[in-house]
Design a protein. Sequence first.
Length: 684
Amino acid sequence: MKRTFLILLGLFQFMQIWGQSLMEEGFRYLELGQFAKAEIFFEGYLKKDPGNKTALICYGRAVGLNGRPELAQERFSQLLNEYPNDLEVKLNYNESLLWDKRFSEAKPLYAVLVRDYPTNFAAVLGYANTLSNLKEYKAALEWVEKALRLQPNDPGAKTSKKYIHLGYADQCVKQQRYNQGEVLLKGVFKDFPNDQETLLNLANLYIIKKEVESARNAYRDYVNLPKDSIKALNGMALVEHIDGKDKRALQLAALSKQKIDGYDDPPLREQTYNRYVQALIWNRKFVKAKKMIDSLFVREPDRDWILALRATLGLYTGDPNSSIRDYERILVEDSASFDGNLGLANALFASGRIKPAYGAAYRTLYFFPNQKDATLFLEKISLGHVPGLDQHFGYSFDNGKNVAFFSNTEVKVPLSTQLGGSLAYGYRTTKNTGKGNRAYTHSAIGGLWYRPWPRAVLEGKLGLNISDYGAGSYTQPILKVQLATQTFKLHRMTAIYHREMQNFNADLIAREIVMQHYRIDYNLGTNFGMGWFNQLMFTTQNDGNERKLLFTSLYYNLMLKPLVKFGVNYQYMGFADQVPTIYFSPERFQAIEIFGEFKGNLAKNTELALLAATGRQKVEEDPLTNTLRADLSVKQRFSKRLEASVYGRYSNIASATAAGFEYSEFGLRLSWKISKTPIFKFTP
C-alpha cells in the first residue's frame, strides 16, 4: 500500500514538472511582453488541459495585458470561486483591476491582502502601485519601501518607486511646493543615476522656478544619445528665452530642427518645429515665422499646435483678435486644452476684454488646478483692479534762481473692469532766491474713467487750483478730459482737452495765467522695430496769447528685453504774441535731437531706466545752441503691492528763458496697492 502511494506521488510530481515544461514557451512570451503570442499559446494549451490552474492564470494575465482586462477579471473571478483562499489567484485578480484602472476597487482588496500576508512581496508592491495610481503618494512611498525591504534591489520595485517619486514631485510642483518636488526628483538618481525622464522633469521644474543655470545643467546631463540631444536642445532653447537670450534660443532651436530631419519620430518632429517657430517669433522674425506656419498648415491643416503657433504670432504682432479666433478653434476640438484656455485668456486680455480674459484663465485652473501660469495671470488681473495709492515728491531748481518743492497724492479706486475713480491732492511751493518772492498752490482733483469699448478708455478729471502769491490769492477750476484708443492694429491715439494754471515759478503764478490745451497724440508702431510718435497741441491763454506746438519722434527698438531704443526728435513751437519779459514766447522755436533709451533689470526686483538726448536748438533768428537732456531712475519692487523709485533729470532746452536755461529735478515716487483684492467681485 505504501509502495503504491509512493509510486502515485512520484507520478503526480512528474506530471506537474512535465506540464510545466510544456508551458515553458508561454512563460517566455509573458516574460518578454509578447502578450498576443502568450494569449494564443495558452488558449491552445487549455483546449488540451482545460482545468490547469497555472495555464488558466497565465491565460488571464495574457489577455489582460493584451488590452482586455475585463476578460481577465472574468477568468480570475471564476478561479476565485473555485479557489477562494488561493493567494496567487487573489493577487492576479487584484492586479487585473489595476490593468483596468479600477484603482479605488483594488485598494481595499490589497489592504486585506497586506494585512493577512504582510511579508508577501507581490501584495505589498501591488498595494504601493495602487496607492500611487490614486495619487496617495506619501503612503505609496511607505509601502514601496516595505516592498524593497522584503526584496532589496528588486528592479520592479525600484521602477515603481521611481514613478511614485515622479508622480509625487509633479503633484508638489502643481501645488507650488517646488523645493519638495526637487528633493523627490533628485531621489530617483539614487537608484537610476542620470535617469533621462527624471532629468527632463527636473529641467522643467527649474524652468518654472526661473533657475536658468540649473535648467541648463539638467539638459546638459540629459544629452547622451543623438536623439536625446534634440529634446535637450528644444528645452535649452526655452531656457535661453526665459533668460532673455532669444538669439541663443534661436540658434539652439535651428540646430534641433536640423537634427530632427534624420529621424522618423512624428511627436519629436512636432515638438522641434514648434520650438523653432516659437524662437522665430521671440526674435521678431515674423515674416519667416508666418511662412513656416503657412507651410505647416498645408501639410497638417487645423492641427492644434499649429493653430497655437499662429495665435502666438497674432499676439506678438498686435493682432489679438485673430489669436482669439485660433484659440477658440482649438477649444472646439478640445475644451480642456491648456494652450487653448490660457492662450485665449492672454488674447482676450490683450484685446482689452478683461472680464472674459479672467473667465478663460479661471477655466484653465478648472482643468489644471494650481497651474502656476494661470494663477499668476489671475493675480495680475486682480492686482490691476485693486485700490492703489501713488505718492510723488519732487524738488527742482534752475539757473534763473527758481526753486520748487512739490508733492502729489492720488488714490485710485477701480469700481469694476469698466469703471473707476480717483482723488488727488497736490501741493507746490515755488521761490525765487534772487527776488525773494514766493508762491504756493494747492489742488484737489476728482476723476472718473470709463472703458466704453475694449480698447478705449475715456477719462475725466475736475478740481480746483488755489494759489497764494503773497500779495493776493485766487481759485480757478481745473479740467481734463481725454480719450485713449487703439484705432487700428499698432496705431494708438489719445485726444486731450486740459484746462490748467501756469505754475512754473512764483512770477507766473502771480499773473493767474489760465491755459487751455487741445492736444492729439498719435503713435504708429510696426512689427520690425520702427515707430513714429507725433504730438500736436494748440494752447489758448487768458492773457490773449496762443501757442502752437508740434513734436515728432522717429525711433527704433533695437531690443525689447532689456529695452534699448534710439531715435531722432524734432520740436517746433510758436507763440502768437511775444512777451519775453514775462515768459518764454518766441515766434518760432525749433529743436532737433538724437536720443537713446535703456530700461532693464539691475537685479531681480531692481529696474534701471536711462534716457539721454542731445541736439541743437534755434530761437527765432538767434544762433544755434546745443541741447542736452538726461533722465535716470531706479525702481525697487519690495513686493507685489509696493514699489518705489528715485529719479533725477536735467535739461537745457529753452523753456522759461530764451537761451542758457538749465533745469534740474530730483524726486521720489511710491506706489502701493492698498488691498490684496478688488473691492468688487470678479466673477468668471
